[in-house]
Design a protein around this ligand. Sequence first.
Ligand code: GTQ
Length: 351
Amino acid sequence: MTISPTPAALRQKLYEDMSPLNLTPLWEVLHALVPPQPNTPCVAAHWSYEQIKPFLKRSGEAITAEEAVRRVLILENPALRGQSAITQSLYAGLQLILPGEVAPSHRHTQSALRFIVEGQGAYTAVDGERTTMHPGDFIITPSWTWHDHGNEVQEPVVWLDGLDIPMIRFFDAGFAENAPLKSQPVERTEGSSFARYGHNMAPVRGDVPFGMTSPIFSYPYTRSREALHAMERSAPLDAYDGFKLRYINPATGGSPMPTLATFMQHLPAGFDGKAWRQTDGAVYSVVEGSGIAYIDSPQGLVRFPFEARDHFVVPSWQSLRLQSTSGCVLFSYSDRPVHQALGIHREERLS
Ligand code: GTQ
């Protein structure tokens, strides 16, 4: 008499026998593949500028901008070490350029944002136009445009690089090339893009220069700060966000870049915000002031006291609550436009 195998043994034998044909059973992984709600491997994390700064300084002693091509310390999600990613879809890094240096011209399909953290007077050049950096400025490098960075002033300049590198890697859609010249020739006077597109007006004829990306490639902090100030005089305080605005592509009203949304918000002194969550994980750069971010993660409630120039990341679908005793200004970016384009964006405002 033969003993029929147990279901477990039968299945195990099936898995082993079909594995050489690159077959695997869905029912063993279905729950993880189609989770009831986002189940990110990312964790909330915080980088204090005071702690990072000595390492930026040492990177300036260890390698030149030219040799490095881009002298950047990557902010890696502690749960994604080795992947050059701060969330599954976003890259973040702090770039240093010293007086007299040039980060040579190249272009790539990845879109980049620069958010100026410390120092002023360095420039970034995009498609023949330079823009001078000041703390709090939000600058864009559109996909596939030539760009180089340079510093012709006396002080070091540090900025946050936010790119869609992991997303482009996911799609295996990355191309890049180096320019023949280290610095691209200047073809337009500084401010000419802003003159044409920065005043709720646009040229009557001709196409926008950068396709789906904003034709404005520098959004100066003076303007963003003034917009928030003006809003505060007239609009009610939002219980979750304080006063928060999104940056737009003036040609479309949509996000400045097809893959990245950017925001700036002011939490007035004494702000004690409510908790909310969204599917788009977000990276924050503290512009001015200080506060506390509470992030509700599966590992428990995380509390990050933050100061100006600090950075922190809030993973997908983990709730965030912001507090500030003295008031603060925060810049942030996420991959929200991609969620929206796919019709899968969700946001939930709690309690
Ligand atoms: O400035 O072009 O942080 O290509 C990473 C990749 C910056 C840049 C980064 C890049 C750049």
